[in-house]
Write a protein that binds this ligand. Structure first.
Ligand SMILES: Nc1nc2c(c(=O)[nH]1)N[C@H]1C(S)=C(S)[C@@H](COP(=O)(O)O)O[C@H]1N2
Ligand SMILES: [Mo]
Length: 383
């Protein structure tokens, strides 16, 4: 005789997959964790976005030196550590998909409909973020724009979800009956589930945080970039070959735009100017960061030599002919900062071509994408 699975048994087995689906408190604890981590991701993500696209009403300070390294580390490492938390939450609430009746009221229908953008959007953010830091782009859209706009959808849906759940969750801790059926859910204990999830999140954080927190660099087993690994002991994202840049013995730095004196400086001219040494990190938006010792001339010394207004802005242009990151803007707080250099040397040697030879920008508290390599021109313009 052939045993065919009976549909009702199959359905029951599928429902049981959500191990502690009946346990509202487990779901609530996981939800609180997700609320905290999505809030951190949302805020740090906005910081990163507006730093790269300054809105005019806000100028990011140049100090503390490592502030962006911290906010972006929280964004990326926190986001990675949230993956187990989100999976656990989905596993816990999954049996609700089959709740009966599916819709109890108009309010309930809206509440349930909102779960879709919340779940789909949260998965989208974590998966595309993960792919982005792994430099894996199987999708047809531009990651930063999609990740940015989806953040508003997810966070908006999350706020409404929290507002909807608030009364229920308070009831769970208020000594009142949670309102659910009195059956004990099957599967592991609440403590067991929460401890396992916390352990999984902690483990993900531990094997990735070393990509930005150098003392734990040795543990960064799952990080795509590691401090100290690369030419001149610093990672390289975009090589000179990829950027189409080669050595040019006739290179000169042009300083033009709103200046009283246009300048055209050779490498020897720059080397003849006062030399400064700074210790600053490259803090990439993709979460890795690494400190290095840079030497070169202060950007402000070059700008003062050309004669610029104190509130001027500067566009730094690269020799790179194409590419999204071939230019960056430097606002007054950053170019006035004494740590902001046109770097000529890295870790005691002249910059290698991959690190931006003959000259690159290095400034405190600024995303890596704005630390332009292979500088050809500084164009000064109004505020
Ligand atoms: N001209 C130019 N400068 C650039 C880039 C680039 O693509 N082109 N990449 C930036 C990025 S994304 C980072 S994180 C820093 C450090 O990258 P690197 O490791 O390639 O030096 O350089 C920045 N400077
Ligand atoms: Mo970067």
């Amino acid at each position: 005789m052939v045993h065919r699975p009976r549909p009702d048994r199959l359905i029951a087995a599928v429902r049981r997959f959500g191990g502690r689906g009946g346990d509202e408190r487990t779901a609530a604890w996981l939800g609180i964790g997700l609320g905290v981590s999505f809030t951190v991701a949302f805020v740090t993500g906005l910081i990163s976005h507006f730093m790269q696209h300054p809105p005019g009403w806000a100028v990011w300070p140049s100090r503390p030196v490592g502030l962006y390294r911290l906010t972006q580390g929280l964004h990326v490492i926190g986001g990675l550590a949230t993956i187990p938390l989100l999976l656990a939450k989905l596993w816990t609430v999954y049996p609700k998909l089959w709740q009966w009746p599916p819709v109890r009221s108009a309010g309930h229908a809206i509440e349930r409909a909102l779960v879709f953008p919340l779940v789909a959007g949260a998965l989208f953010q974590l998966v595309t973020g993960l792919f982005n830091i792994a430099y894996f782009y199987p999708f047809p859209f531009f990651f930063p724009a999609a990740h940015y706009w989806t953040a508003y959808i997810v966070y908006g849906a999350l706020l409404i979800h929290v507002a909807n759940q608030w009364a229920k969750v308070r009831g769970l801790w208020g000594g009142k009956d949670a309102g659910g059926p009195a059956t004990r859910p099957m599967g592991p204990s609440r403590r067991g589930v929460l401890a396992t999830v916390a352990g999984a999140c902690g483990l993900v954080g531990l094997v990735t945080v070393g990509e930005t927190f150098t003392p734990l660099g040795g543990l960064a087993l799952l990080a795509p970039r590691r401090p100290g690994v690369g030419p001149q002991r610093l990672p390289v994202n975009k090589t000179a070959a990829a950027a189409g840049v080669t050595r040019d013995p006739a290179w000169r730095l042009a300083v033009t735009g709103d200046v009283t004196r246009e300048l055209s400086l050779s490498l020897a001219d720059l080397r003849a100017m006062p030399r400064h040494v700074v210790r600053l990190p490259i803090a990439c938006v993709e979460g890795w960061s690494a400190e290095a010792t840079w030497a070169g001339v202060r950007l402000r010394d070059v700008l003062y030599a050309a004669g610029v207004d104190a509130d001027a802005r500067v566009r730094v242009e690269s020799l790179e002919a194409r590419g999204r990151y071939r230019t960056s803007e430097v606002d007054p707080p950053h170019w006035h900062d004494e740590l902001t250099l046109l770097a000529l040397d890295l870790n005691g040697e002249p910059l290698s071509l991959d690190h931006g030879h003959p000259c690159r920008l290095i400034a405190p508290d600024r995303p890596g994408v704005l630390q332009t390599k292979w500088i050809a021109r500084l164009v000064v313009h109004g505020p």
